[in-house]
Ligand binder design. Sequence first.
Ligand code: NAD
Ligand code: DAU
Length: 336
Amino acid sequence: MKLLITGGAGFIGSNFVHYWLNNYPNDDIVNLDKLTYAGNLETLKDLENNPHHQFIHGDICDTELVNRVIEDVDIVVHFAAESHVDRSILDPTPFVKTNVEGTLVLLDAALKNGKKRFHHISTDEVFGALSLDQNEKFDDNTPYNPHSPYAASKAGSDHLVRAYYDTYQLPVTISNCTNNYGPHHFPEKFIPLTITNLMEGKKIPVYGDGLYVRDWLYVEDHCAAVDLILQKGKIGKTYLIGGMNEGISNIEVVKKILKLLNKSEDSIEYVKDRPGHDRRYAIDWSTIHEELGWSPKYSFDEALEKTVKWFIENEEWWKRVKSGAYLEYYNKQYSQ
Ligand code: NAD
Ligand code: DAU
């Protein structure tokens, strides 16, 4: 089988490329990525001489290129996106361009070229926010209510994917998952930022009261879920993927990482809150469990420890990321 993976030089996409080639070494992957600040070819270095992996540097908004690369692949797994909420608050434009327009270009090309499957990777942020004083979770019936420009652009892309199924019968599947973490996570996001700041002797910027709750999903568990959806998922269906049964607050996450790195709570710095900050995310992943037999393999404690270990052992990778274009953005974001 030949797969087109978009965004395969980013965090989840690159983990998926590695996952797929480890599990299906005879399949072929075409990896289309624009290499924005979040794309990193160093992450794919070990695949340089692998004849089953072809990297193409390009934009999913480029109709001519997309139609060319999609031609001889069997299925499309679409990860490429602008993915960071804080950046979307500073400038929503690239989010609409890549997440909405780019998805449309891909859908159109998939339809014209008769693809067997288009799998769209999306987020639980399209559902909005839950409150702290209820046990409610996002489920298969939760209406869309996105808050950040990032979430709104992902919601727009999800609606387009469904429209291509309803209107043109393009064989699609969608997955909406919770916050991923693990190897090669870009250190602007909360968990890798916390780990790497502590390793550099810097403070950890905790937004607001630190009592925001997320449902963390280890990236390898996410890859396994997408694999199952590709193999056994029902065409036209959306699957919700989460990593936990009970969410955990940001400050509790920080305390666990401090413990793993033997650091004191003096490193915590409460900073100005994110505008429109969603209080709590939690997903009811019982449908994918009951229908496809998926459940997360790793507990949060277990996978957090693996993740911290990975960042300790791969200091060169994240130091090169942090010393690049990332710094300019970092200063702007935390200048208050
Ligand atoms: P990321 O920012 O780490 O990587 C995105 C990748 O897409 C980068 O390699 C980037 O170069 C590429 N890209 C961006 N614009 C492009 C364009 N126009 N053309 C081609 N390539 C382009 O993102 P991630 O965290 O790996 O997220 C991957 C997908 O998963 C996204 O669709 C995101 O919305 C979704 N998602 C992420 C999370 C999470 O916790 N990280 C959770 C739920 C859903
Ligand atoms: O829920 C899925 C989403 O998870 C994905 O769709 C997004 O692509 C991904 O970036 C992530 O969004 P979040 O906004 O939840 O992740 P982030 O790592 O930016 O923040 C996690 C929590 O930590 C959130 O409550 C904000 C907080 N935070 C974040 C940063 C960067 C801080 O307190 N301090 C920080 O410096």
